[in-house]
Design a protein around this ligand. Structure first.
Ligand SMILES: Nc1ncnc2c1ncn2[C@@H]1O[C@H](COP(=O)(O)OP(=O)(O)OP(=O)(O)O)[C@@H](O)[C@H]1O
Length: 228
């Protein structure tokens, strides 16, 4: 698969075994180019989060394949998947999952240090620069609890960008935010796609926000039933 495809899935399926097997995701085909901003919509329980977890290599499909930057991920070990996630994918969740006892700066710096490509001083400079780009420079030394919900979510976005990932996956990132702040967070994602060429996939219930994406994928019962 060519490298200009950032992310692709074919026949992606996730079944949960058990006395009554449950199919979370059914035969999803998907191709996302660099710089594309895609919204994933669908009713509650339609499999949006499950699909995002498969695409983010946080869960393995029971059938089908995910290619990340042209690489078939099906044969990778758990350690290899973890390495791909750390280096190539930025995650943003509804709850920010910032480490409460660390400053915002440290929260962004930690994944940079984990990847180990930059020395400590350069890692700190990069973390500070990411916070400044999201207009959070003056809050770098604060604890997450000292920030508003929208600011915390922007710190989480800065953290997702720590290792300069070509792919950003966000699961209901605006679920806890008021509509104005939610629109700002979506504007940030749009900028990351348009200006920085990253591929951004965002799960959202908010159809108004979803309409601001380049494309929309609609799921019902784990299947793609609509694309725009
Ligand atoms: N580990 C699990 N065991 C049993 N059922 C599960 C499990 N994980 C998810 N499900 C069920 O699978 C379906 C899909 O869940 P998923 O969270 O992917 O949907 P969603 O579209 O993201 O929902 P929401 O919008 O409410 O977050 C739901 O019916 C959910 O209850």
């Amino acid at each position: 698969m060519a490298n200009e495809v950032a992310l692709a899935a074919r026949g992606l399926t996730r079944e949960l075994p058990g006395p009554v097997p449950v199919t979370l995701v059914r035969g999803v085909d998907l191709t996302v180019a660099p710089g594309e901003f895609v919204a994933i919509t669908g009713p509650s329980g339609s499999g949006k989060s499950s699909l995002l977890y498969l695409l983010g290599l946080l869960d393995r499909p029971t059938a089908g394949t995910v290619w990340l930057a042209g690489e078939d991920t099906s044969g990778l070990s758990s350690d290899q998947l973890a390495e791909r996630r750390l280096a190539r994918i930025g995650f943003v969740f509804q709850f920010h999952f910032l480490l409460p006892e660390f400053s915002c700066l440290a929260n962004v710096e930690i994944p940079i240090r984990r990847l180990g490509r930059l020395d400590p001083a350069a890692a700190r400079r990069r973390a500070q620069g990411l916070l400044e780009a999201l207009e959070l420079g003056e809050h770098a030394r604060k604890l997450p609890e000292q920030l508003s919900g929208g600011q915390r979510q922007r710190v989480a976005i800065a953290r997702a960008l720590a290792n300069d990932p070509p792919l950003i996956l966000a699961d209901e990132p605006t679920g806890n935010l008021d509509s104005r702040t939610a629109a700002l967070v979506f504007a940030t994602f749009r900028r990351l796609a348009r200006e920085e060429g990253r591929s951004v996939l965002v799960v959202t219930h908010d159809t108004g926000l979803a309409d601001t994406a380049d494309r929309r994928i609609h799921l019902v019962d784990g299947r793609v039933v609509g694309r725009e």
